[in-house]
Design a protein around this ligand. Structure first.
Ligand SMILES: [Zn+2]
Length: 148
């Protein structure tokens, strides 16, 4: 007997979120290039790094203030799984986003709109506009020094 393929159904809402994240990745690739924003190393495992986790803070899943561009193994994974290294990464986030970033994000979590489809579409359009601007901005990618 053939093994049955597991078909995972993705809701239209989730598809829209994923499509928006694709735009954010494209934007961040232009803005921050091939370096991890946290440690400054050139990486090929760069991805979106949510400062406040999306599980608990679902309204911040597409908020630019909550998203960094970071390597998975150099920094992202450690932030979630290594208490001591997470402290260093936190300091680096403070350097990047300001000392009060945590309070600011907490506040944003309280006021951010509910992530219904209309809101997600709005995010997507906003990021598309930013992408067009970023493509015309020759100061990108921002230089990040190797901090490690
Ligand atoms: Zn890193």
């Amino acid at each position: 007997m053939k093994p049955r393929k597991r078909i995972r159904k993705v809701s239209p809402r989730k598809r829209l979120i994923n499509a928006t994240k694709d735009v954010i990745r494209e934007l961040y690739r232009i803005k921050y290039g091939s370096r991890c924003q946290i440690c400054g190393k050139t990486r090929n495992d760069l991805g979106l790094f949510h400062i406040l986790p999306t599980g608990r803070y679902s309204r911040l899943e597409l908020a630019e203030d909550n998203i960094l561009w970071a390597g998975w193994f150099c920094c992202h994974h450690k932030f979630h799984h290594d208490f001591y290294l997470a402290k260093d990464i936190e300091k680096r986030i403070q350097a990047l986003r300001g000392k009060t970033y945590y309070k600011r994000l907490q506040k944003l979590a309280e006021t951010a709109p509910k992530m219904d489809e209309a809101q997600i579409k709005e995010y997507k359009e906003e990021y598309k506009r930013k992408l067009v601007e970023a493509k015309q901005d020759d100061t990108y990618p921002e230089i990040t020094l190797d901090i490690g």
